[in-house]
Design a binder for this molecule. Structure first.
Ligand SMILES: NC(=O)C1=CN([C@@H]2O[C@H](COP(=O)(O)OP(=O)(O)OC[C@H]3O[C@@H](n4cnc5c(N)ncnc54)[C@H](O)[C@@H]3O)[C@@H](O)[C@H]2O)C=CC1
Ligand SMILES: O=C(OP(=O)(O)O)[C@H](O)COP(=O)(O)O
Length: 337
């Protein structure tokens, strides 16, 4: 069994914790929280051992009537792998703690690529993480792009990818986030971080990305144009994508015209929190003009990196190869809409 600790139990951390608890070859050592808020109570309700992320704050948990299993250093010490899901920048400060206890750590996409030995995507470069001490699971949009580009690069060759990302303004719970009634170039300088980030997975792939932030919380949307080195038909590309377990091709018959209906569809399908771990590609948008591929895909920012974190745990501990790990993760979570 691989013993896994989660430091940072917010949007991503709570989902990864639930996913770890569902794996046949992993056990959850516990989760670390900074304060005894509603998420700390949820962790206790789920039966997850709770550790204080900041030692000085241990009395606050006691005052709130929440039993602690210890402090974060104890969690790190007892874990084979720690998944750090703290806010951007905080994880970088935690790196020395993981080194002190010689515990391999996974970081999330908000951290810089140069913090880690390897940036990770299960479909793109699973084996590169073997035995690594510091691994970054790339951001939600970069995960979505990597999953999409891997089969295209393997099957047809990619001459150049051009992606416009329409980025949701914040997550549903992020009440402090805007914009409200505005559309912001995001960032205003080009490229967005996603193109260079895709190059941490596929170093030689030519890609330009630019982003815009809109007043939405449900999902991100990508407008994709990839110039291929060969000229498959749109149908052939659709069939190739259909073989990919983490690409969901939205059939026209479902009449899902946007992120709102996609989320409703996920809730109806019984998905926890309405999560959508797969890239969602509008099937009828997949078009070829000469050797230019065009399509639209939607990315659920809160959940698409969750299976990648699970696969990265097996990759660093060398417990399974990419095919086995992806298959175990998919089966245990119920991936495949
Ligand atoms: N929310 C999203 O759409 C996605 C976020 N990411 C990345 O995941 C990382 C985490 O983001 P979210 O989960 O959205 O943030 P979040 O703010 O929802 O959760 C972070 C959690 O860490 C806690 N925390 C703060 N300081 C801490 C410390 N010193 N020790 C332990 N816990 C601490 C916070 O209280 C909060 O519960 C970031 O790098 C982000 O860029 C990646 C993909 C998607
Ligand atoms: O990983 C994400 O987006 P990204 O792939 O655009 O960096 C998450 O949606 C976090 O986005 P945020 O940087 O707006 O919090």
């Amino acid at each position: 069994m691989i013993t896994v600790g989660i430091n940072g139990y917010g949007t991503i951390g709570k989902r990864v914790a639930d996913a770890v608890a569902q794996q046949p070859d992993m056990e959850l050592a516990g989760v670390a929280k900074t304060r005894p808020n509603f998420e700390a109570e949820a962790a206790v309700r789920n039966g997850y051992p709770l550790f204080a992320a900041i030692e000085d704050r241990m009395p606050l948990f006691e005052e709130a009537g929440i039993d602690l299993a210890g402090s974060v250093t104890e969690l790190v010490e007892k874990s084979d792998v720690v998944v750090d899901a703290c806010p951007s920048g905080v994880a970088a400060q935690n790196k020395s703690m993981y080194e002190e206890y010689d515990t391999p750590a996974l970081y999330q996409g908000g951290e810089d690529a140069d913090l880690v030995d390897v940036s990770f995507n299960a479909r793109g470069n699973y084996s590169a993480a073997a035995g690594a001490s510091h691994v970054r699971v790339v951001s939600c949009n970069t995960t979505g792009l990597s999953r999409l580009l891997a089969p295209l690069q393997e099957q047809y060759g990619v001459e150049k990818a051009r992606i416009t990302l329409v980025r949701r303004g914040g997550d549903p719970g992020q009440t402090s986030r805007g914009p409200i009634n505005d559309i912001l170039p995001n960032p205003v300088t080009l490229p967005s971080h996603h193109g260079p980030d895709v190059n941490t997975i596929f170093p030689d792939l030519a890609i330009d990305t630019l982003g815009m932030k809109v007043p939405a919380t449900l999902m991100h949307t990508h407008s994709v144009n990839v110039t291929l080195e060969s000229t498959p038909t749109a149908e052939e590309v659709r069939d190739r994508f259909a073989e990919e377990s983490r690409l969901f091709l939205i059939p026209e018959r479902l009449a899902i015209d946007g992120a709102g209906k996609l989320k409703e569809f996920a809730h109806d399908a019984g998905r926890p929190r309405g999560d959508i771990w797969e890239n969602c590609l509008w099937e009828e948008s997949i078009s070829m003009e000469g050797n230019d591929l065009y399509l639209f895909q939607a990315i659920h920012q809160e959940s698409d990196v969750v299976p990648e974190n699970i696969d990265a745990i097996r990759a660093v501990t060398e417990q399974a190869d990419a095919r086995e790990s992806i298959s175990t993760t998919n089966e245990s979570l119920g991936i495949g809409l």
